[in-house]
Design a protein around this ligand. Structure first.
Ligand code: HEM
Ligand SMILES: *[C@@H]1O[C@H](CO)[C@@H](O)[C@H](O)[C@H]1NC(C)=O
Length: 373
């Protein structure tokens, strides 16, 4: 697959951007690249490294996009855009309910790496640098770019070169939340698409890993402007979708090289994991997907109830939500009140989808989400 892609790359470049194709790929290290293109006008992330115990108000008050996004942004230029998104995405979900989980994760990874600018969708950049989506920090299986292709195509038919890929992604994510049972919310619009996409930015401590400590998670989410409560709510995104066995199987078999299961997992959860991930350590092992909870297309509080009532979580960082004294009370609240999470999740997603966005004349509105204009 990768090889076919590499071979066809020069051809695609020739078709789409003849002038750029003539240039040699530069393979510049990221630091040099950054000084050449200092993130194209967006205000830089603060470089302060916060400790794990961040005072909550310090984070909540951080305003990352002061009022630049608008309701009904396309009211005059593409009044039907949300209808087109709804129609196209609900058709996709009918055939593949997993699309709900794919969208939420894609959105999270786009927004945490350089802001919600559709940089995750680019398949290549003219400089030849490795793009964000190729970073192993996304895991092997970041899905959903094809969903945006389909929605974008439909939107372009009615409103050519008008709606950014970043907005289409957010509108589709909102549709996913609505199909997953959350009260319909109107997303803001006005995001613009990035002109760059770099794996190195994804790898500069901008994406969490399932073996991270709670301090590392809080540092990252704090740096992005989320307090502890908001972080727990966002991690409730694991109420939908799947996790592949590679990310958590060793907890049942050989936790952290000890040759024993993870001591914080109850025996029945260990059994469940062993059953869900058969043939571990043999040629027959296939790294299958396992649902995060029993309702993988519904954004409900079951993920939190599983933690409180059964200590059940697949990945280690999700277990820490219950184990850590700072997050346990919030998990318990979410588990006890089934209306709380469905109300808080869209509010925190509104904040996520406004993170470090490009607006106005920054960036671009891409015609094809996978490539620059
Ligand atoms: C500590 C932070 C997080 C870690 C370590 C983490 C890790 C992971 C891992 C390892 C997977 C499985 C990927 C696979 O095997 O295909 C996954 C899936 C997923 N994550 Fe997270 N995640 C985190 C935070 C979030 C947040 C904040 C959201 C959204 C708001 C989110 C939404 C999802 C969704 C929806 C899936 C399922 C994807 C699908 O079904 O295709 N995650 N995450
Ligand atoms: C895993 O093992 C290392 C080295 O023995 C240790 O420092 C670390 O705390 C362990 N991690 C967990 C999650 O137990």
């Amino acid at each position: 697959m990768a090889r076919i892609f590499l071979i066809s790359l020069p051809l695609v470049l020739l078709l789409l951007a003849p002038s750029e194709a003539a240039e040699e790929p530069s393979h510049k290290p990221s630091s040099e690249f950054k000084t050449l293109f200092p993130l194209l006008g967006r205000h830089e992330d603060s470089n302060t490294v916060l400790s794990g115990n961040v005072p909550e108000d310090q984070n909540t008050l951080k305003e990352r996009t002061p009022g630049k996004l608008k309701k009904d942004f396309y009211r005059k230029t593409c009044p039907n855009v949300e209808k087109i998104v709804t129609k196209t995405f609900s058709k996709i979900v009918k055939e593949n309910p997993g699309a709900i989980g794919h969208m939420l994760r894609l959105q999270f990874h786009d927004c945490f790496v350089n802001g919600c600018d559709a940089s995750i969708l680019l398949d290549f950049t003219p400089t030849g640098d490795t793009v964000e989506k190729s970073s192993m920090f996304n895991g092997l299986l970041l899905k959903g770019a094809d969903i945006i292709d389909d929605v974008k195509t439909k939107v372009e038919e009615e409103c050519p070169e008008t709606v950014s890929c970043a907005d289409i992604m957010v509108f589709t994510t909102y549709e996913a939340m609505s199909l997953a049972g959350l009260p319909g919310q109107k997303p803001l619009g006005g995001r613009r698409d990035s002109l760059i996409s770099l794996a190195t930015i994804a790898e500069e401590n901008n994406l969490p890993r399932p073996d991270w400590s709670m301090d590392q998670i809080m540092e990252l989410f704090g740096r992005k402007g989320f307090n502890v409560e908001e972080t727990v709510v966002l991690l409730g995104g694991h109420s939908v979708g799947v996790c592949h066995c590679d990310a958590f199987m060793e907890r049942a078999n050989n936790f952290n090289g000890t040759g024993k299961p993870d001591p914080i997992l109850p025996a029945n959860v260990i059994e469940e994991i062993k059953k869900s991930c058969p043939n571990a350590g043999t040629n027959l092992y296939r790294n299958p997907p396992v649902n995060f909870d029993a309702t993988p297309t519904v954004l409900d509080n079951l993920f939190f109830k599983d933690l409180v009532e059964k200590r059940r979580a697949l990945i280690l960082t999700d277990s820490y939500l219950y184990e850590d004294a700072r997050t346990r009370p919030i998990v318990e609240q979410m588990a006890a009140d089934h209306t709380l999470f469905p109300n808080r999740f869209p509010e925190v997603m509104a904040k996520l989808t406004a993170l470090d966005v490009l607006t106005g004349t920054e960036g671009d509105v891409r015609k094809i989400c996978r490539s620059l204009n």
